[in-house]
Structures are given as C-alpha cells and as structure tokens.
Design a binder for this molecule. Sequence first.
Ligand code: KIV
Ligand code: ZN
Length: 513
Amino acid sequence: MSDQLIIFDTTLRDGEQSPGASMTREEKLRIARQLERLRVDVIEAGFAASSNGDFEAVRAIAAAIKESVVCSLARANDRDISRAAEALQPAARARIHTFIATSDLHMEKKLRMTREQVLEQSRQAVRFARNLCNDVEFSAEDGYRSDPDFLARVVEVAIAEGATTINIPDTVGYAIPELYGEFIRKLRERIPSSDRAVWSVHCHNDLGMAVANSLAGVTIGGARQIECTINGLGERAGNCSLEEVVMAVRTRRDYFGLQVGIDASQIVPASRLVAQTTGFVVQPNKAVVGANAFAHASGIHQDGVLKARDTYEIMRAEDVGWSANRIVLGKLSGRNAFKQRLQELGVELDSEAEVNAAFTRFKDLADRKSDIFDEDIIALVGDESVTSEQEYFRLLSLSQHSETGERPHARVTFAAGSQELRAESEGNGPVDASLKAIESKLSSGAELLLYSVNAITSGSTESQGEVTVRLQLGGRVVNGVGADPDIVVASAKAYLAALNKLRSKTERVAAQG
Ligand code: KIV
Ligand code: ZN
C-alpha cells in the first residue's frame, strides 16, 4: 500500500457551506492560489451546478491552478455532472466528484428512493462522469450510517464503472475513531476490486472527533486520502482540520509512516487568509494556527523552552509559517515593495489600476499605522469588496461623538449605487449609533446574528480592528468583514459588506453534508 497520503481540501466547497462563509469568485480564487502554494493535492473548488456564481468560480479556479487537481462536486445526475465537466474544462488536471446518499434514513426520507434505485443511479452517474473525465471520485453520502452490505454493493458498482477514488463520509460526525477505521477496513476487505481505487475519508466534527476519525480511517481503514478544510471550516461544527491532520502525520511520522506533499510553511498564511476572507475567526487556543498555539505563558514552560526548545514544543512555529508573516512595510515603503509583497502573498490584482488603488489605500493606512503587517495587506485588498466601485454600498465617511455621560451620536455618508446617502443616529455606543444611522436610510430588515471585533495583529493597540457582522434575511445568512484602525469605521464597513452580500441574490442548491 502506498505511503503517500493525498490531501483533498474542500474549504471552497464544504467549508463554504457554513452559514455566512460564502465567498465571491475573486475571494475563492485567492484562496485557491494559496492552497496551491500550500501544495494540496486536490482543491475542491465548488459545486458547479449549484449556482452560476459557483460555476464561474470553479471555472476561474480551473483556469488558474496548474499544480493541484481541481475538483467540482456534482450530485449523481447527468445535469450536475455535465455542469461540473464544463466548469472544469480549462483545468490542467480535473476531477469530478459525484455523490449520492446511501443510508436508509437519507434514501427513504430525503431522496425517497429505494436501494435498487440508488444503486442504479450510482452506476449511471459514475459511468457518465467517467466518459467526461478520467479522474472520478464517488462519495456515498452518510456512508458511515449506511448498511454495510448495501454500501459494499454500491461501492463495487462505482469501482466497476471506473471510479478512481471512493469516499466514505461521516456526514453527520457520528463516528468514533476505532469504529470508523474498522468500518472502512471491513468494507475494503469484502470488495474484491477495492485495490483499484484510492479510499478516502471525509469526517465532520460534530463530536469533536473529525481529525481522530480521519486518522483512524487511514491507519486502521487503509484510506489514503483525507478530505479536510483550512481552520476546520465547515457546516455546523465543521470538517476535519487540514492543519491539524497534516501536522499530526508529519510530527508523528514515526507512527504514521506516511508522506504528505504539503508545504507546511504556508499553513499559517492559509489559515489567516481563510479567516479574514470568511470572517470566521480562529480561536486563540486552536492547535497549530491559534494565536496561543506556540505561546508559553507559565514561567516553568518559558524557562524550559529557553533551555531546550523541545522540553515543551513538539513542532516549530516557523515550520508552520508563524514567522513568515512578520515582514513589515511602512510609510516609506514604495509601490514596488508593496507590489512585491502582494506577489509574495499570492494576491494577484487584475490591472495596474487595481494595484494603484490598493497602493493608495496602503499609503492611507501607513499614515495612520506605523507598521503594516501581511494581515493588514490581506485585509486591505479584501476591503476591495467594500471600497470597489463595483459594490453597491460603499462607506464614504463617518464621524461619531461619544463622551462619558452622553448618548453617542454618529454621522455616516455612504454610496448606494450612484446615490450618496447621509444619515445620523444616536445609539447605545458609537458602533450601535453608526449601524442605526445606516439602517435609518436602508430599512434592510436584516437581523444581526453576530458582531465580533478582533485585532488583526496581536500585541498592540495600534493594530487594525477587524469586524465581522453576520446578518440574516429571508433565510439567507451572510458575513461581512471590515478592517480599519478605527473599529467604528471597521464596523460600518463590515455592515455594508454584509448588506452587499445580501443584495447579490445568488440562489444555490445546497450540497448535502
Ligand atoms: O459530508 C458529506 O457527506 C459530503 C459529501 C457531499 C461528500 O460533504
Ligand atoms: Zn461534508
């Protein structure tokens, strides 16, 4: 059995299914480029048939990515599979990932199909996909809760029709490591043709065991592909976290005996990019990528690490990219240095005009903040969505007054298309007053589900504040992110960014899981 472990990243598909994490085509492209730098083997770029936006995003990623395989999800029907093939057409290396549910519960209640119908549909779907693409993955959704006899029949058919990867998801995060590993081992053992496909695991984190389950699927079950996301992003409690699973395999190579092609020094930049783009902040104590992951607070630990690093550290912070981001730019940095840093960060702006606009914003920021970190630059180009001419709502100016004992007051001027709107309001605090001022003009009716402020770079009050606003309207949930050294301004930007997202009514078909 191969000792190469395939890392299949689904941040842009399963990760994007978290309520509020939806990304624009440009944001997805930026993340895909970072995933390629990270050297993931497979990038699941989206679900092409779910919306025109997703189709375009998959297509753009397929055209831009040269090293990693680019994959699109498709339900097990001809239309979805054709859409996936069409979107993947420009890819240097493409994969169609087709799926259908195989648990009795899903078949009866959700699909309203019999076992024989699901079996037949799996056969047709893989056959159809293989006619369009040599690399076809078949997933048995809710596979872990499926009847093993029936699941074995479906998988056998999928392999016979040419599926090159077989994925057995724990769609609802119900598995226990040993049981999941054994489930996959037994399934492989009973299917005579099992060696003709790579086996894959796809675990959700509802009980906090997605990483452990995935690793058991590899060690006990013999899987050689792990499906995961940056920061463990994903629906509900998320997916198996890429950084954790990769660093477990690398740090304990003595135990796993497996190779991964990942460039670990790109892990922290990838984590930051995903957090900043989606507004899903990383908890400080998150393994590998949390701000405290390598911080030693207790005196005993600090003393130990100073004497011999490996007393308390099993990984080196710089190996996962913690130091890579420390290079700072400042007020005196020129356009070339800025442009080069953009390139190093993998940010590709489409035209010189966009570089100039970003450089102007960089200079504005540098006037207010002495050191500009990589996170600031990512936020600044991410802010394109707030300040770009293409966006409907744009913040033009904001002033606010707050004083002890007085009720805060804010005045906001913003663009709504070609109109300039001015609004003012009082509020419980300056942020409240600013958002109320905006609402006094727009009456969006959106419900605020979450408001959070985070310092983009830790350790200084000079840091930019990064605000995430999550809004719900008519069953849709969106996140808006805004950054500025002034958190009231950042809040208004984030609020308008979320309203812009609500305005773009892209209806999409939900992938299950
Ligand atoms: O969780 C799941 O079952 C999925 C499949 C669509 C692969 O995401
Ligand atoms: Zn999933």
